[in-house]
Design a protein around this ligand. Structure first.
Ligand code: ATP
Ligand code: LTN
Length: 334
């Protein structure tokens, strides 16, 4: 608890450009939860280097992502929006937690298996222990709740296991976090292959709608989205492409799948697809406008980065010192 409020932690990697999957699955929920909780929203740049990055590109992307958090509507005075790499406690706690994580557990992580297949030339130890760093992110702030998309539930589960294992040995040190998923949008699929999740690292630009795509591009990508030959707007597993478009439409308009089916009853995909596009444009346009506005104000963003890194460091250090003491590291002499 901080000032009587429960604690929320979440983060996104500064790799690639954000997609509406990231927005509808995660960022949008961050907004609705930000009043109720004391929130830490991190740009997890340390996670990003598990895949080889161009340094200047990584720096630029990290800044854009941090700006985008604010542009999406998170108030940086109320929410702690910061770079993971500015708080050394993440790495320090991750090392300790590595010693409380079993190889067998890490071997089961599906994200690791996917990324190892995709980057077969660089299966580094960081990619393998990625979930431990994620556990450190969450546990460092004694987080109660972690809003994520469905793909991250397995990482949340291992975080809970590590925390429980640690607590069983040393007492009640870590809060056990709960995942939070929104009703719609937790599992947005690729527009070109609904078998795959929409991902910012997809090589096919038509598979994803990027947050910064202009309206024409968005409409065009939806028109090209892979669907089926049923020609009916139905929310069912047999029509995964259309089901995905309905999910997106609902997450953007607040309508239910039943309402959407009714609205487009008897209408073809040539009417439905652009309507989904329009719904997405109307959600993204204000975020984009604010992003461009904020990007111009370097001093403002720099101030946020500095202030929030200090705040995050304060809370991170509190937990870290407690953990270090419990496991038997020598006390610091002041
Ligand atoms: P990458 O392709 O680089 O692995 P990613 O698109 O999966 O990235 P992350 O930075 O790993 O994005 O995820 C940020 C947040 O967005 C996480 O909470 C994740 O669960 C959520 N998210 C990612 N993709 C989707 C999706 N297709 N649908 C819903 N939520 C998603
Ligand atoms: N692993 C997540 C990003 C991430 C995260 C976190 C999310 C890193 N640390 C802590 C929630 C809480 C991903 O790949 N989407």
């Amino acid at each position: 608890m901080i000032d009587g409020k429960k604690i929320l932690f979440s983060g996104m990697q500064s790799t690639g450009n954000l997609t509406i999957g990231n927005y509808l699955g995660a960022l949008k929920n961050w907004l609705t939860l930000s009043d109720e909780y004391e929130c830490f929203y991190s740009v997890v740049d340390m996670h990003s280097i598990t895949i080889r990055q161009d340094p200047s590109e990584l720096r630029k992307r990290a800044r854009n992502l941090l700006t985008l958090y604010i542009a999406a509507g998170l108030d940086p005075k109320k929410n702690c929006i910061y770079y993971q790499s500015h708080v050394s406690g993440h790495a320090e706690l991750a090392w300790i937690l590595n010693c409380f994580t079993y190889i067998g557990e890490l071997n089961r992580m599906t994200q690791f298996k996917d990324k190892a297949t995709k980057h077969a030339d660089n299966i580094n130890a960081g990619l393998y222990t990625y979930p431990v760093l994620m556990a450190a992110d969450i546990l460092l702030y004694q987080s109660d709740v972690v809003p994520v998309g469905k793909d991250q539930l397995q990482h949340l589960e291992i975080t809970r296991d590590i925390a429980q294992r640690f607590n069983a040995i040393y007492g009640d040190i870590f809060t056990i976090p709960e995942p939070y998923m929104g009703k719609a949008g937790a599992n947005i699929r690729s527009l070109q292959n609904p078998e795959k999740k929409m991902s910012k690292s997809d090589e096919n630009a038509n598979a994803s709608i990027y947050l910064m795509d202009d309206p024409d591009t968005i409409i065009r990508k939806f028109k090209r989205a892979v669907t089926d030959s049923e020609a009916s707007v139905r929310y069912r597993d047999e029509q995964p492409g259309i089901k995905n478009l309905i999910e997106i439409y609902c997450a953007c308009t607040g309508k239910t799948p039943e309402e959407t089916e009714k609205e487009f009853d008897g209408k073809g995909y040539s009417e439905f697809k652009p309507a989904v596009g329009e719904a997405v444009v109307s959600v993204l346009k204000p975020v984009q406008d604010r992003f461009y506005e904020l990007s111009k104000d370097k001093a403002y963003i720099d101030g946020i980065i500095k202030e929030n890194a200090e705040k995050a460091n304060y809370y991170a250090t509190k937990t870290l010192r407690k953990v270090q003491k419990k496991i038997g590291f020598p006390e610091r002499i002041r």
